[in-house]
Write a protein that binds this ligand. Structure first.
Ligand code: DGL
Length: 270
């Protein structure tokens, strides 16, 4: 009954951590495509090819349902996967929708027409590929009207996090927040639209100020997965073992992941 969690690298571990706390009886198979991270600077074709190859490996590990714990893949590849690639007995879910439902105060699966919501000025921090896809604005427009979104492509942050360079990551976050504030001085809410960014949440919050409500994905995705599995228990795949797979060097990735989650994580070669 395993469920797959995919990311280009380590960022999806923030989601893995939250889903395994929420669903302790479900085995999760994590796949990090560390050999090809970051995805955020790649084009859509490249992201589609890398994501589908990784998801196929998760099918082989006994997962019928895979969470793309990667906004970049969710933004650039998910729709094409669902429309033209996915076998009928498999499911792939992205991480955007739970976030947008929280922002727009909607319950899961509420398909009523878009309506006015409380927040009017939203700052979106994401990778360059996610920002240029405009997937966030597209999904938001299905649910809310009159929301002004200012998006900041946060070049360099994922590399700094993957390299374990916290000082550089903090400096980059502060400069991306300043750049956004020059265009939108007073956002009411900020979306951390990359699964790597929850690790920098305090830096984002400090740079934005205490009045800005920061939305981060991990917990929102965990509760929406819980809800999904209750309604679709058949989507728990045949796998019985939790494991961590990587296309990178398993030892190096395990060391970084252990530092990242502050608990021992052991990756094996995908
Ligand atoms: N953590 C991923 C995301 O949520 C991908 C970052 C990257 O590979 O650039 O977008």
């Amino acid at each position: 009954m395993a469920v797959g969690i995919f990311d280009s690298g380590l960022g999806g571990l923030t989601v893995l951590d939250a889903v395994s706390k929420r669903l302790p009886d479900v085995p999760f198979v994590y796949f990090g495509d560390n050999a090809h991270t970051p995805y955020g600077v790649r084009d859509a074709e490249d992201i589609f090819n890398l994501t589908t190859a990784s998801v196929e490996r998760l099918w082989d590990a006994g997962c019928d349902l895979v969470i793309l714990a990667c906004n970049t893949a969710s933004a650039a590849a998910l729709r094409r996967m669902q429309e033209s690639w996915l076998p009928p007995e498999k499911r792939v879910l992205g991480v955007f929708v739970p976030l947008i439902e929280a922002l727009t105060e909607r319950k899961w699966g509420d398909n009523s027409p878009p309506r006015e919501v409380e927040v009017k000025h939203v700052a979106l921090f994401a990778t360059p590929a996610t920002v240029s896809s405009r997937a966030f604005q597209r999904e938001l427009a299905f649910r809310a009207i009159g929301v002004d979104v200012e998006a900041q492509p946060c070049g360099g942050v994922v590399d700094a996090i993957e390299d374990g360079d916290e000082i550089l990551a903090e400096a980059l976050v502060r400069s991306h927040v300043e750049a956004l504030q020059r265009r939108m001085p007073d956002p009411e809410a900020a979306i951390l639209g990359c699964t790597h960014y929850p690790l920098m949440e305090e830096t984002f919050q400090a740079a934005l100020g205490a009045d800005v409500r920061v939305f981060s994905q991990a917990k929102l995705v965990a509760s929406s997965l819980d809800d999904y599995l209750k309604r679709h228990p058949e989507m728990r795949g045949a796998g019985t073992q939790s494991m961590f797979l990587t296309t990178g060097d398993p030892q190096a990735v395990s060391n970084k992941a252990t530092q990242f989650l502050r608990r021992k994580i052991t990756f094996q070669a995908a």
